[in-house]
Write a protein that binds this ligand. Structure first.
Ligand code: IPM
Ligand code: MN
Length: 356
């Protein structure tokens, strides 16, 4: 089995190195091959998603990505910015289903900004559609404003759209995921205002006919954003479009105290996938050896579970992470008094040791 390792920018190389260490310690014969992506891709090959990197990602059975982005690339034109690598990989590999679990480890209950009783035991799964919506809709750009009080001025515009088949396939993923959990699905939309999301609601309702054992609720995005901080444990699985999912998943991540703990999977129709931490490249702490590698290590576990069919190895990693947390080891982002502060490498080493 071939795994493409794309470390990327900022803390990306440091945290991916720890995940690679863990993968190599499992005793499996994975073939790991690395390539530059994001700002690193631009620096080495003049493009955030170099052809060789894309070819490697396509040829591999799974992709493990660190993070992309750095202040120093902010002035590049949009098509050359590091973020384009992520968007390009999603589009080129057809990674339409983004799974972002938000789990609060009991040991980290104090790290949340919410009261422990609101978040303790939190275990929700956000499923974000990843290749449609206003992110990829066309036309888009800057044009002359055709009418209204600003007619004749320049206006920026994007197109929000979802094809029926796009909604159906993400709805199936969500209902099936709910089936494996507590059989409750909340579909999040803005059907009261947007045509796209009234259509979304209608299609999700139709797909629900095939999953009568799952309880379906529809909720507007603004209400969902509020309910997520008011009573997040009322949710089980949430499904939503690309942009709402982008925003809600950051909110959900923060419920758990540290975005440094949360993995994610982006899957295609065959469950081939790209795995990456939910957090960004944190250029402010890059190279300091203090970034939390656990989200990336847990992403490697998701990869073993969903794409590589190695659920037992995934369990080993998940358990090892729980073990190091129970041992009181903490990177600075999750540090509390009475625990032991460790760096990125020490954390990676501790997980390897805890694999048993
Ligand atoms: C994410 C990120 C990306 C997104 C950016 C980097 C393009 O915020 O994965 O959530 O908006 O999808
Ligand atoms: Mn985001």
């Amino acid at each position: 089995m071939k795994i493409a390792i794309l470390p990327g920018d900022g803390i990306g190389p440091e945290i991916t190195a720890q995940a690679v260490k863990v993968l190599n310690a499992l005793g499996e014969s994975f073939e790991l091959e690395s390539a530059e992506v994001g700002g690193a891709g631009y620096a080495a090959h003049g493009h955030p998603l170099p052809q060789g990197t894309l070819a490697l990602a396509k040829a591999a059975d799974a992709v493990l990505l660190g993070a992309v982005g750095d202040f120093k690339y902010d002035s590049l034109e949009r098509s050359l910015r590091p973020e384009q690598a992520i968007l390009g990989l999603r589009k080129e590999l057809g990674l339409f289903a983004n799974l972002r679990p938000a789990i609060l480890y009991p040991e980290l209950a104090g790290a949340s900004t919410l009261k422990p009783e609101v978040v303790s035991g939190l275990d929700i799964l956000i499923i974000r559609e990843l290749t449609g919506d206003v992110y990829f809709g066309k036309p888009r750009g800057v044009r002359e404003c055709p009418d209204g009080p600003f007619a004749g001025q320049r206006e920026g515009f994007d197109t929000m759209r979802y094809a029926e088949g796009e909604i159906r396939r993400i709805a199936h993923v969500a209902f099936q995921a709910a089936r494996k959990r507590n059989r409750r699905l909340t579909s999040i939309d803005k059907a009261n205002v947007l045509e796209t999301f009234q259509f979304w609601r209608d299609i999700v309702t139709d797909v629900h006919k095939e999953y009568q054992d799952v309880e379906l609720e529809h909720m507007y995005i603004d209400n969902a954003a509020m309910q997520l901080v008011r009573a997040p444990k009322k949710f089980d699985v949430l499904v939503t479009g690309n942009m709402f999912g982008d925003i809600l998943s950051d909110e959900a991540a923060m419920l758990t105290g540290s975005i440094g703990m949360l993995p994610s999977a982006s899957l295609d129709v065959n469950n081939k996938g790209l795995y990456e931490p939910s957090h960004g490249s944190a250029p402010d702490i890059a190279g300091k050896g203090i970034a939390n590698p656990l989200a990336t290590i847990l992403s490697a576990a998701m990869m073993l579970r969903f794409t590589l069919g190695k659920a037992e190895q995934a369990d080993r990693i998940d358990n090892a992470v729980k073990k190091v947390l129970a041992q009181g080891l903490r990177t600075p982002d999750i540090y509390e008094e009475g625990t032991t502060k460790v760096g990125t490498e020490q954390m990676g080493d501790a997980v390897v040791k805890a694999l048993g």
